[in-house]
Design a binder for this molecule. Structure first.
Ligand code: IMP
Ligand code: MG
Length: 215
């Protein structure tokens, strides 16, 4: 039964009702938009007069960076990077490869990394180490979600919209097997839809040991 559901999800059948796969909503559309407006005002104050560059980590941060950038009332530039991390099927190792690098230099810029979720922190840790070598004027992190109980490395997160418990969430950019990103809220996926819970938490897209996308 579960196997069949997972197969159905992999095939992304047309007409599937996404909402039926959600166990409960964790952060509603209204809560998301109110918080993003508030963080946007804070960033507008903090970066006034500075050369601000937002860097979105693809693909999970797409919805967030679109709404957040519109809530910041300052001139700014946008750039994107995509990364993959190596690991066993249950944990990311922190060894990360850049799939898509930035288009532009960050030297002398005030850089804000925009992330969807910080889980173990290993991916963000690598991104920070890499970007720090490129001499930005400052380097900070803004994450929509954080799961503090799953942290393996202590990464600094300067702006966090919502701290959430250790549950696998989808929506508002976050996926399971690449689906659910277009839901307007953050919700907990029904556990019976996971291939295996540990895989779900590591977003392995049914790839076994080896490379997994950290999106
Ligand atoms: P980290 O290196 O363990 O912090 O990996 C973070 C990445 O794992 C995120 O960018 C997501 O792609 C993925 N991830 C972690 N938790 C979730 C979740 O609950 N839902 C969807 N993706 C998640
Ligand atoms: Mg993902």
């Amino acid at each position: 039964m579960t196997e069949q559901l997972v197969r159905e999800l992999d095939e992304a059948p047309v007409g599937r009702d996404l909402i039926e796969d959600i166990d409960h909503i964790l952060v509603s559309e209204q809560q998301l938009q109110e918080k993003i407006a508030q963080v946007g005002r804070q960033l507008t104050r903090d970066y006034a007069g500075k050369d601000l560059m937002l860097i979105g980590v693809l693909k999970g941060a797409i919805m967030f960076i679109v709404d957040l950038s519109r809530a910041i009332e300052l001139p700014l530039t946008l750039d994107f990077m995509a990364v993959a991390s190596y690991g066993a099927s249950t944990e990311t190792s922190g060894i990360v490869r850049i799939l898509k690098d930035l288009d532009s230099s960050i030297e002398g810029k005030h850089v804000l990394i925009v992330e969807d979720i910080i889980d173990s922190g290993l991916t963000l840790n690598y991104i920070l180490e890499t970007l720090n070598t490129r001499n930005p004027a400052s380097l900070r992190v803004c994450s929509l979600l954080s799961k503090p109980t799953r942290r393996h490395v202590d990464v600094p997160i300067d702006y966090i919209c919502f701290e959430i418990p250790d549950e696998f969430v989808v929506g508002y950019g976050l996926d399971y097997n690449q689906i659910y990103r277009n839901l307007p809220f953050v919700g907990v996926l029904k556990p019976e839809l996971y291939a295996r819970p540990t895989d779900a938490n590591n977003n392995s897209d049914n790839k076994s040991a080896g490379e997994i996308e950290a999106e």
